[in-house]
Write a protein that binds this ligand. Structure first.
Ligand SMILES: Cc1cc2nc3c(=O)[nH]c(=O)nc-3n(C[C@H](O)[C@H](O)[C@H](O)COP(=O)(O)O)c2cc1C
Length: 169
């Protein structure tokens, strides 16, 4: 039986969002020569013209701390076969580990770290930040990127929901 109201709103919302499935991304950034990145599910395109995309970063994440001083974020789509990359960026924290020592990457537009295993990615200029609750929304305007004509299946929430996040939100 579903919950009909009362104080079960949060619980039923929890159950409801557990039924959703959506693409996962690795979001990287750099500020003051320091690189960071994490697995992110809280995203959305928010506008076509002008192009805009929102990235929700948890206040607890190392990536959030670095992003506070960053002008750009890089958003990577994750092909289904790159589950190990999703685990690396979703389960380890830059507080204690250098994730970039454990994967192939190169310096891309605006000095953003671009993951070699991700064929589709874009770099966005952070044009606004919003309090979203335990996450902070970073509104970005794409300035560069790469999108192949075709891409196979992507990693979605249902593929990674059982990972142990480096930080709980
Ligand atoms: C399924 C799943 C979804 C996640 N979604 C987000 C998200 O939307 N935003 C975020 O900041 N962290 C999210 N995380 C958590 C971070 O990826 C994780 O805590 C990571 O270890 C943080 O690394 P950092 O401390 O180096 O930034 C998610 C983790 C998992 C497993």
């Amino acid at each position: 039986m579903g919950d009909q109201g009362g104080d079960g709103g949060a619980a039923s919302f929890d159950s409801l969002v557990g039924l959703l499935d959506y693409p996962m991304f690795v979001v990287t950034t750099m500020a003051d020569g320091h690189r960071s990145g994490c697995l992110v599910g809280f995203t959305s395109q928010t506008s076509i013209n002008p192009p805009r995309f929102l990235v929700g970063l948890s206040r607890r994440n190392h990536t959030f701390a670095v992003a506070q001083d960053a002008e750009y974020l890089a958003v990577h789509l994750l092909p289904r076969e790159e589950l190990a990359l999703a685990e690396l960026f979703g389960e380890k924290t830059g507080d204690t580990e250098d994730k970039f020592a454990e994967c192939a990457w190169h310096s891309g537009p605006q000095g953003m770290p671009i993951l070699d295993a991700a064929p589709a990615w874009f770099v966005g200029h952070v044009i606004d930040r919003f309090d979203l609750g335990d996450h902070v929304g970073h509104l970005i305007e794409p300035v560069a990127g790469n999108a192949p004509d075709e891409l196979g299946d992507l990693i979605t929430f249902s593929d990674v929901r059982d990972l142990e996040p480096g930080h709980n939100a």
